[in-house]
Design a protein around this ligand. Structure first.
Ligand SMILES: Cc1cc2nc3c(=O)[nH]c(=O)nc-3n(C[C@H](O)[C@H](O)[C@H](O)COP(=O)(O)OP(=O)(O)OC[C@H]3O[C@@H](n4cnc5c(N)ncnc54)[C@H](O)[C@@H]3O)c2cc1C
Length: 431
C-alpha cells in the first residue's frame, strides 16, 4: 500500500482517488479552491445550482456511463432530442438534419454533398494516427472545398483559436465531429444527455465515496511544491507545511507543473512549457424566455464576436419554466484586449447580441447574469501533438501528471477526465 497525494479535485482527480482507494491505497486529494469540481463545478445562480460552464453528454461517453452504473446513478442520466441552429450573416437557419443542410442557401448542392460526406466518413474513423500530423484547415478544405470551409468553419476557428486557427491537428477536430455526429437517435434527431442535478451530482457522489473509504479531500489547500530528494518524490508542501507521500499525481493544468515540481529535469519542464492553452470567459444569463428552440446555436456573423450560444434549458428544462439559461463563451488568448475587460462588459456585449438572434428579445427578459473565467480552459493541439505530449509518468520517480491535454485526440469532456483519471491511477499504482 502507498500513500498518495492527488493535486486537484476535478473529475480526473476524484476518479484517480476512487480507483486508488479501491486498490487499498491511502489517498489525500488537495484542492486549491474552496470547492470540488474544477471546470465542472457549479455555483449558486441566485437560488439555482448550475455549472459555471455548459456541460452536455454524448451517446459515446461510455466511461461516464460505466461510472454512473458503478455509483448506482444511471437513473440520473436523461436524454433530450436537441435542436441545432446556425446563425449565418444575420439570419438563423435550422441545422443538424439532412433537410436543414439541403435548405441552407449559402452552399451549392455539390458543396452540401461534400459536407455531408465529410461528416459521414469522419464518423467512421477509428484510427486517428494518420490525421494527427494533418492540418485541420487543409483536411476540411480538401473534403468540402474552400468556399464551404469559409462559410462553415472559418469564423468558428477564428473565434475559438485566434492565432492558432490555422495550425490545429485534424484528428483533434475530427474527434469532435465524430462525437457529436454519433450522438443521434437517427438521421433526423440529435440526442444529447444531461445529469439530473448537473455534473455536481456525480462529483459529490465521487467525493462522498472517497471520504467514506477513508480518503481525505482538503479544500482550500493548494499545493505549492512537490518536494523531492535524489530524483524521487518525498512529499508535498502547502504554505509552510510539508507532508510526506510515496507518490504524487497532479491533475492540475500541466502549465503549473514546472513551477510546482522543481525536481523535474529542465528538458522535461521545457517540453511542458511548449504546450499552449486558451482561456475562457463564459457569460451565463438567466432569461424569462428562450432565445430560440436550439440547444446549440453556432454563429458566423461579421458583427458578432462569439462562436455561438448554448441554450441549456433546451437540453435540461429544469424545474422553473420561467427561467431559461443561456451560456455565451468568449474563448480568447490572455493577450486579447477583451481578457482584461471587466465581466460586466462581456455580459453587456452578450446581451447586445440577443436582439439580433431573436428580434423579440427585450432587455427585461434578463433576470440575472454572471461571467466565470478559467485560465487553462482549452489546450491547443497543433498537428503532431501526439509526440509533443510528455509522458504521464515523469522522470521524477513517484510523480505522475495529466490534464485535459491527455484526452488527445479527444476533446475536453468529463467522460475523458474519468478515462484518464482511471488510467493515471493504474499507471501510478503499478510503479
Ligand atoms: C467552457 C467549457 C465547456 C465544457 N463543456 C463540456 C461539455 O459539454 N461536456 C463535458 O463532458 N465536458 C465539458 N467541459 C470539460 C470538462 O469540464 C472538463 O473536461 C473537466 O472538468 C476536466 O476535469 P479535470 O479534473 O481534468 O480538470 P479540472 O476541472 O481543470 O480540475 C483541476 C483542478 O486542479 C485544481 N488545482 C490547480 N492547481 C492546484 C494546486 N496547485 N493545488 C491544488 N489544486 C490545484 C483546480 O482548482 C481544479 O479544481 C467543458 C469545459 C469548459 C471550460
Amino acid at each position: 500500500m502507498s500513500k498518495f497525494a492527488i493535486i486537484g479535485s476535478g473529475p480526473m482527480g476524484l476518479m484517480a482517488g476512487l480507483e486508488l482507494i479501491k486498490q487499498g491505497h491511502q489517498v489525500d486529494i488537495y484542492e486549491r479552491d474552496d470547492r470540488i469540481g474544477g471546470m465542472s463545478a457549479d455555483f449558486d445562480f441566485d437560488g439555482l445550482r448550475i455549472e459555471r460552464y455548459y456541460h452536455f453528454i454524448c451517446k459515446t461517453d461510455y466511461q461516464l456511463f460505466k461510472l454512473l452504473e458503478e455509483l448506482e446513478m444511471s437513473d440520473r442520466l436523461h436524454w433530450t432530442d436537441t435542436k441545432m441552429g446556425y446563425y449565418y450573416q444575420g439570419k438563423l437557419y435550422k441545422w443538424g438534419t439532412p433537410f436543414a443542410l439541403l435548405g441552407f442557401p449559402h452552399l451549392s448542392l455539390v458543396d452540401k454533398v461534400r459536407y455531408a460526406l465529410h461528416v459521414m466518413c469522419t464518423k467512421g474513423i477509428k484510427d486517428w494516427t494518420a490525421l494527427d500530423k494533418e492540418n485541420a484547415r487543409d483536411w476540411i478544405t480538401r473534403w468540402i472545398g474552400p468556399k464551404a470551409y469559409t462559410v462553415m468553419w472559418e469564423k468558428a476557428f477564428a473565434l475559438k483559436f485566434f492565432e492558432y486557427q490555422n495550425s490545429l491537428s485534424a484528428s483533434w477536430i475530427g474527434t469532435r465531429i465524430k462525437r457529436v455526429a454519433l450522438s443521434r437517435r437517427n438521421l433526423f434527431n440529435e440526442s444529447m444527455g444531461y445529469l439530473e442535478g448537473g455534473s455536481s451530482a456525480l462529483l459529490n457522489e465521487m467525493a462522498r465515496r472517497v471520504q467514506a473509504a477513508g480518503g481525505r479531500i482538503l479544500l482550500g489547500r493548494g499545493i505549492d511544491e512537490v518536494v523531492s530528494s535524489e530524483g524521487k518524490v518525498t512529499g508535498v508542501r502547502t504554505g509552510g507545511d510539508v507532508e510526506a507521500y510515496d507518490k504524487v499525481i497532479s491533475t492540475a493544468p500541466i502549465q503549473y507543473v514546472p513551477r510546482l515540481v522543481p525536481g523535474l529535469p529542465a528538458t522535461f519542464s521545457d517540453a511542458i512549457s511548449r504546450i499552449e492553452n486558451i482561456p475562457v470567459a463564459c457569460v451565463i444569463l438567466k432569461l424569462k424566455h428562450a432565445i430560440s428552440e436550439n440547444f446549440w446555436m453556432n454563429i458566423s456573423d461579421d458583427n458578432i464576436e462569439i462562436p455561438g450560444v448554448i441554450e441549456y434549458s433546451n437540453l435540461n428544462p429544469g424545474n422553473d419554466p420561467g427561467q431559461k439559461i443561456l451560456y455565451a463563451p468568449f474563448y480568447m488568448p490572455k493577450t486579447h484586449p477583451k481578457w482584461t475587460s471587466p465581466n460586466e462588459a462581456l455580459i453587456e456585449e452578450t446581451i447586445g447580441y440577443l436582439p439580433r438572434l431573436n428580434p423579440d428579445f427585450q432587455r427585461n427578459w434578463v433576470l440575472d447574469a454572471h461571467c466565470h473565467r478559467y485560465e487553462y480552459a482549452q489546450t491547443i493541439c497543433p498537428p503532431g501533438f501526439q509526440n509533443m505530449l510528455p509522458p504521464m509518468e515523469t522522470p521524477l520517480a513517484g510523480f505522475f501528471m495529466a490534464d485535459t491535454a491527455y484526452y488527445y485526440p479527444e476533446d475536453r469532456s468529463i467522460n475523458e477526465s474519468i478515462a484518464v483519471g482511471a488510467k493515471i491511477a493504474a499507471l501510478a499504482a503499478g510503479h
